[in-house]
Structures are given as structure tokens and as C-alpha cells.
Design a protein around this ligand. Structure first.
Ligand code: LRH
Ligand code: MN
Ligand code: MN
Length: 431
């Protein structure tokens, strides 16, 4: 039996935090009441929020230059599920896990499903990987995968994606996320139009293999590893491809996959308007695809994204359900702490956006009162909704202070003893 934080330990930790939470909660309740807000309704909203965890995020990611593994890292997908379980136990906001194949390949899908269930977890979208060569594969992806010139390479990449769909199906997933690093590093290396034609042909074959209730998420990224021309570089291309493919194909917005200063919230608004916003990989960045913790660099941007999602939810109703996932890489922090913090940051942006006085905003917009419109957003953004999130966690059986409780439990030390690291092993799959 592997170590788990006991419910008694969690209850004792919460008991020590309760008085402070109650005081903060009452103060915030009074403040919101003066503005005509209802704190209980916001707690219910927060309690219903969830964002999926990336299985690859619970290991230390590293950069292109080095990877400095931490102690007690997960060694396989079952260890990763345990860590995801601990994150969900304390945050109560992360019941989904997004797997990545072949990194998370297992021969025993049933055992994996059961392991997840024991933690109250389910499987979110599965991710295919044709941006690396897997051990023993016949053809290399060095010159592309779904867009490769060689039909045998394309066929192998298509087969891998279909394999992911089948694995995901056995695990109860309902979606496939496709990100390819395909593209060119030199002008002239590719026929730009031809590469996209080949991509579409490959994607049509994958699309045809999707179960009826599945979605396919097309993830774009500006650059890297193709530094001159990435085939699926922007939301325009991903939108065009999703439209070509059909209703089960949607666009996935990874916050780190845009040029600096791109107005990501506007991309979100556009995709929602045209029914193609499939979901998100949340993270933060300063320069490029940095995969930093969500909300650690630009929390206002995250809030503005959720403000567009709030607007879209009002317009579209219940049918509007984009998939929320984290996608981060941790170099200098304990991945469990980072993922807990990020889940809370994304949930925070969701609740801050719910605080926006939509009527006032619309009034200011109609009157061309730019200053007051901006102030309306800022008022919501500046409100510290922390006590709402903590109360939602507490009522859902989680921790008032997830990182504090995690540290006090010495979870990582327990795992260090349980998980002797094989020399040179990479637990995340990202080397
Ligand atoms: C590509 C990406 C994509 C991959 C993950 C590991 O940069 O964001 O989502 O699957 O990183
Ligand atoms: Mn991503
Ligand atoms: Mn990325």
C-alpha cells in the first residue's frame, strides 16, 4: 500500500486553519453583499469547477538543456495517478487526468482505470505523441509525422493516433488532443501548402476513427521545434482545419503557444463565436512556450480569458463546455505544489470573472465609456476571492491550504522512500 495523506491528518490541518478562513470569509461576504453579490452562490460555482491534470506534469520536466529530477518522482503511470490523486484530494478541483502516449502506455488498462477510480479520478482527453521517436518504431519523425513526405511515415503517425483513441476509449476518455511539431526549419524546405494538405489527409483518417461521442482537439503552436514554419502555427490554421474536418474537431488554445503580446482572450472570443473553441492547456509564459505555472506571470490575462468564457457561457448556454486542462513543465518547484497552485489560480480567474458586473460593463460599452468599462473589469479582478475558493475546497472535503497541508504531510519524503529512482530514468517522459 502506497502512502496517502489520511483524512484525519487533513481534518486536523483544516481545523488549525478554520478560524482564519471564517474571519476572511465573513469579511468578504459583507463586502460582496454591499455590492449586491452573494458569496454562497460563488462558493457553489467554485465547488463545481474542475481543470484536468497533465500526467506529464507530475514529473520534473526540464528544458532542452537539462533536467534536474526531484526526489520521489513518479516512475510510471501508476505513480503519476497517485500524485494526481493527492492533488485532487487537497484541491478538489482536478478530477481529470490527461494521459500522453506512449509515455503513459500500459498493458493493463483495467488496472489503470481502477487505480484512477480509487482516487476519484477519471481520464480526460488523451494526447498523441508524434513529435518524438518512440523506442522501436519503424520510421522516424525527424522530417515530420502527419505531414511527412513519406506515406509510410504518415501511415505510422495516423496509426499511432488511432491507437491512442483505442487506449483512451478503454480508459473512458472522450477526446484526443493532437499537437504535432511538424514544420520546416528552412525557407524552401517545405511546400507550405502541400504540408497542410498532407496534414489534413492524415487527420481525416484519424477523425474517421473517432467514436461518436469523442472530440478531437487541434492544438496549435507558433514555433518550436520547427523554427521557420510550423504547419499548425496559429488559431487561423487550426480553425480552418477543424472546419474542414467536421463537428467533432475543435481548436485547443495552449496559453504558451502564441507570440508575446498576442491578445489571447480575443482568440478565445473568436473561436467561441464560431463554435470551435474545444479547450485549453493552461500555463503561463514570459517569452515563448515556457510552460510556467498558470497565473504566475500574467494573472490578468488569465482573468480576461475567463471573462470571455463567462460571456460565451451566457450566449451559448449549457452546450458551451470547453475542456480545461493544465499543461506545465516544472524545473525548480515540486510539481505537485505547482499543479495545486495552478489549479487554484485557474479556479480563481473563473470566480473573479463571475464577479464582473456584466450589466454595468455592457452599459459602459454602449456609452463608449472606456475608462469605466476597464474599471468594471479591474474591480472584479482585484477582489481577493481566496476565501471563496478555500471554502469550496473545505466543503468538498479538500484542504483550506493545499500546499501547507501537503508540506506538513511530508508526502514527498514518503514517496522518496517508496520510489527508488533508477539511474538515468526519466519519469515524465520529457527528457
Ligand atoms: C507542446 C505541448 C503539447 C504537448 C505537450 C507536452 O508544446 O504543449 O500539448 O503534448 O506540450
Ligand atoms: Mn500544450
Ligand atoms: Mn507547449
Amino acid at each position: 500500500m502506497t502512502y496517502r495523506i489520511s483524512s484525519d491528518f487533513l481534518a486536523q490541518h483544516n481545523a488549525r486553519e478554520q478560524r482564519r478562513l471564517d474571519a476572511d470569509y465573513d469579511a468578504l461576504a459583507g463586502m460582496l453583499q454591499c455590492r449586491g453579490g452573494d458569496i454562497e452562490a460563488l462558493v457553489s460555482l467554485a465547488a463545481g469547477f474542475s481543470v484536468a491534470l497533465p500526467s506529464w506534469g507530475v514529473g520534473t520536466g526540464g528544458t532542452r538543456f537539462a533536467r534536474f529530477p526531484g526526489k520521489g518522482e513518479p516512475r510510471n503511470v501508476f505513480d503519476k495517478i497517485d500524485d494526481c490523486g493527492a492533488i485532487h484530494q487537497l484541491t478538489r478541483a482536478t478530477p481529470g487526468v490527461s494521459l500522453h502516449f506512449p509515455w503513459d502506455r500500459t498493458t493493463d488498462a483495467r488496472a489503470l482505470r481502477e487505480a484512477a477510480q480509487q482516487h476519484g479520478l477519471h481520464f480526460d482527453a488523451v494526447n498523441s505523441n508524434t513529435f518524438q521517436d518512440a523506442a522501436g518504431q519503424e520510421h522516424s519523425y525527424k522530417f515530420g509525422s502527419l505531414t511527412a513526405n513519406d506515406p509510410a511515415v504518415r501511415a505510422q503517425a495516423v496509426a499511432h493516433n488511432i491507437d491512442c483513441v483505442e487506449l483512451g476509449h478503454a480508459l473512458g476518455s472522450k477526446g484526443l488532443t493532437v499537437w504535432v511539431g511538424d514544420g520546416a526549419n528552412f525557407p524552401g524546405q517545405h511546400n507550405l501548402r502541400g504540408a497542410l494538405e498532407r496534414y489534413l489527409e492524415s487527420m481525416r483518417a484519424i477523425y474517421a476513427a473517432l467514436p461518436a461521442d469523442w472530440l478531437m482537439y487541434i492544438e496549435h503552436k507558433l514555433f518550436e521545434p520547427a523554427f521557420y514554419a510550423t504547419t499548425i502555427a496559429d488559431w487561423g490554421t487550426s480553425f480552418a482545419c477543424a472546419t474542414e474536418l467536421g463537428p467533432k474537431a475543435k481548436c485547443l488554445v495552449d496559453l504558451g503557444h502564441h507570440a508575446p503580446n498576442t491578445n489571447i482572450e480575443m482568440i478565445v472570443a473568436r473561436l467561441a463565436q464560431f463554435g470551435k473553441l474545444g479547450g485549453f492547456h493552461f500555463n503561463d509564459s514570459k517569452y515563448g512556450d515556457d510552460d510556467l505555472d498558470s497565473g504566475s506571470i500574467n494573472p490578468f490575462q488569465l482573468f480576461l480569458v475567463f471573462n470571455e468564457l463567462r460571456d460565451a457561457a451566457v450566449r451559448e448556454g449549457d452546450a458551451f463546455k470547453p475542456a480545461y486542462m493544465l499543461d506545465q513543465s516544472h524545473n525548480v518547484t515540486d510539481p505537485i505544489e505547482s499543479l495545486m497552485t495552478s489549479a487554484v489560480e485557474v479556479q480563481r480567474a473563473y470566480i473573479q470573472a463571475a464577479l464582473v458586473d456584466a450589466q454595468a460593463l455592457s452599459h459602459h460599452q454602449k456609452n463608449n465609456d472606456a475608462l469605466m468599462a476597464a474599471q468594471t473589469l479591474k474591480q472584479a479582478f482585484r477582489t481577493d476571492v481566496g476565501p471563496i475558493l478555500a471554502m469550496a475546497r473545505l466543503r468538498n472535503g479538500g484542504a483550506i491550504d493545499p500546499v501547507g497541508c501537503y508540506r506538513a504531510s511530508a508526502y514527498r519524503d514518503h514517496k522518496r522512500a517508496e520510489r527508488p529512482q533508477a539511474a538515468g530514468a526519466s519519469s515524465s517522459g520529457i527528457v
